[in-house]
Design a protein around this ligand. Structure first.
Ligand SMILES: *[C@@H]1O[C@H](CO)[C@@H](O)[C@H](O)[C@H]1NC(C)=O
Ligand SMILES: *[C@@H]1O[C@H](CO)[C@@H](O)[C@H](O)[C@H]1NC(C)=O
Ligand SMILES: *[C@@H]1O[C@H](CO)[C@@H](O)[C@H](O)[C@H]1NC(C)=O
Ligand SMILES: *[C@@H]1O[C@H](CO)[C@@H](O)[C@H](O)[C@H]1NC(C)=O
Ligand SMILES: *[C@@H]1O[C@H](CO)[C@@H](O)[C@H](O)[C@H]1NC(C)=O
Ligand SMILES: *[C@@H]1O[C@H](CO)[C@@H](O)[C@H](O)[C@H]1NC(C)=O
Ligand SMILES: *[C@@H]1O[C@H](CO)[C@@H](O)[C@H](O)[C@H]1NC(C)=O
Ligand SMILES: *[C@@H]1O[C@H](CO)[C@@H](O)[C@H](O)[C@H]1NC(C)=O
Length: 436
């Protein structure tokens, strides 16, 4: 092969690489699932694409495509509507770390059958309130590791089937009051690693299926009365790495299924014993706090053991309640972070609502807004067998995306640099060729 031909081939390949189709699929059958490995180059965020190039596997068509995954060299600011328009039977779309900045109104409009959307590791700041209006079969939505600061109030309005919702590692500090109220099927909610400081009383009142709630690594200081009390299916809750100082029973109400709670790395100095009495807690992580700084019950959960370790915290709580109840209201303003005041109990309508929906396990567990005084009211042993099996089931159904939130080290900038470098090489080669 002559030097000239060699240079021409090199030139052609490089040109093809740079100025080739902006949207192209490499089709592939992966264990019976027909997939498009999508190469997308759309740094300007255009949405007028008319075609996605690529050659189908024999006797497969657009309508057979069930999965789209962006290749690691991809770059796009938005999600072109053409993807869902072309692949109407799409079930899964994964656009991981491709520089997405927004989700438009039309991005998923034609994906009526989609079940799983994973957009983690991007730079999404903006989500249209209609982005998921037509995705009625959505089961899992992953928006982890982006730059979201707000979530539109009606974003989940049509998500009656959504089970898994991940938006950890964003910059959300507040959310609309009714944000989750339509999510009747939601079992897993991850709001960890955000900037949430004030939990709104209405956020978690309409989530009858929620089993796992993650609020760790936020800036929470207080747990308002009744905030979790409606979560009748809750099994696991983490509030680790916040700035909580007091754990009050009235934040939780009666939650017999609640099996495992993580409270490590807070500023906890007092815990209401009733919080343990009224819930089904078997596993409690409380190390790195003020009144307790020890991991309890990794192996064999014993509620008595938990209580024993928390003696200090219980005593502090009692002293705190006594102090507050025996002092005037003016003094209460001196301790603003500790909301043990009687007035807050008026704002807990949810407790009574929930209580009626929880099937009473015995006559003694019939809950009331006032704390039960009967020591038998503790649902100490009832839920243990149920909850432990539930816990394992749930853990095994956690989508794999949880572990894959860290973006890979390859970035588009690297790919661009390679292309540019190639051009410089070619140019040098041609100049050299012309002058010899
Ligand atoms: C899409 O829009 C861009 C910029 O407006 C334009 O340059 C391009 O030709 C358009 N493409 C098609 C396929 O219409
Ligand atoms: C949202 O979806 C519903 C169907 O569930 C549809 O009737 C409605 O027109 C959609 N809204 C918009 C603004 O597209
Ligand atoms: C934690 O709360 C205390 C008040 O209870 C406040 O002074 C402190 O700044 C908070 N720390 C963080 C990291 O938010
Ligand atoms: C919790 O239950 C124990 C008995 O299991 C009882 O002695 C204790 O008084 C109860 N604590 C509260 C605050 O109701
Ligand atoms: C908890 O214990 C560890 C050592 O086990 C210590 O480094 C840490 O300062 C303690 N934290 C508190 C809040 O006491
Ligand atoms: C709580 O108060 C009692 C009696 O007033 C006192 O003996 C006890 O030391 C106090 N406990 C703590 C942890 O402050
Ligand atoms: C709340 O305060 C009122 C008086 O303001 C009192 O009658 C009532 O017993 C208090 N309730 C509790 C639970 O302390
Ligand atoms: C519950 O209470 C009802 C009457 O209030 C009584 O008939 C029934 O036997 C009780 N059940 C149990 C399990 O104690």
């Amino acid at each position: 092969m002559s030097k000239k031909t060699c240079a021409l081939i090199f030139l052609f390949v490089s040109f093809h690489y740079t100025f080739g189709q902006d949207l192209s699929c490499e089709y592939e059958l992966k264990s019976g699932v027909y997939c498009c490995n999508l190469a997308i180059k759309n740094p300007n965020g255009l949405d007028n694409f008319t075609e996605i190039s690529g050659t189908h596997v024999m006797s497969y068509f657009d309508r057979n495509v069930a999965e789209v995954s962006a290749t690691s060299e991809s770059l796009s600011i938005n999600i072109p509507a053409k993807i869902c328009e072309k692949f109407v039977n799409l079930k899964t779309i994964t656009l991981f770390n491709i520089g997405l900045e927004k989700i438009g109104e039309n991005s998923f409009k034609s994906c009526k059958n989609i079940e799983k959307i994973s957009l983690n590791g991007n730079k999404i700041q903006e989500v249209s309130e209609l982005a998921f209006n037509e995705t009625l079969k959505l089961d899992s939505l992953t928006l982890d590791t982006n730059q979201l600061t707000v979530i539109p109030e009606t974003l989940f309005a049509n998500q009656l089937n959504l089970k898994f919702l991940f938006f950890g590692n964003n910059k959300i500090s507040n959310m609309p009051n009714k944000i989750f109220e339509t999510l009747q099927s939601l079992t897993y909610l991850d709001c960890s690693k955000n900037e949430i400081s004030n939990l709104q009383i209405d956020w978690f009142t309409k989530l009858p299926s929620l089993e796992r709630l993650l609020l760790n690594n936020n800036k929470i200081m207080e747990l308002p009365a009744g905030v979790f009390a409606s979560l009748e299916s809750l099994v696991y809750l983490t509030l680790a790495s916040n700035n909580i100082s007091v754990i009050e029973s009235k934040s939780f109400g009666t939650l017999p299924k609640l099996n495992s709670v993580e409270l490590q790395q807070n500023m906890i100095s007092a815990i209401d014993e009733q919080f343990i009495n009224n819930t089904g807690i078997q596993y409690l992580t409380v190390n790195f706090n003020i009144c307790v700084n020890k991991t309890i019950n990794d192996e064999t959960p014993q509620r008595d053991e938990i209580k024993n370790e928390l003696k200090n915290c219980f005593e502090n709580f009692e002293n705190l309640s006594n102090t507050i109840s025996s002092t005037s209201t003016t003094l209460q303003t001196d301790i603003p972070t500790i909301s043990l005041s009687n007035t807050t109990s008026d704002s807990t309508p949810s407790i009574s609502t929930v209580s009626s929906t929880i099937p009473p396990t015995s006559n003694n567990t019939v809950p009331s807004t006032n704390p039960p005084t009967d020591p038998l009211s503790s649902p100490q042993t009832e839920p243990s067998t149920i909850t432990s099996t539930e816990l394992t089931t749930i853990t095994s159904t956690e989508p794999s995306t949880i572990t894959s939130t860290e973006p890979p080290t390859t970035t588009y900038n690297g790919a661009t640099a390679i292309i540019i470098a190639k051009f410089v090489l070619i140019l040098a080669f041609i100049i050299n060729f012309m002058f010899t």
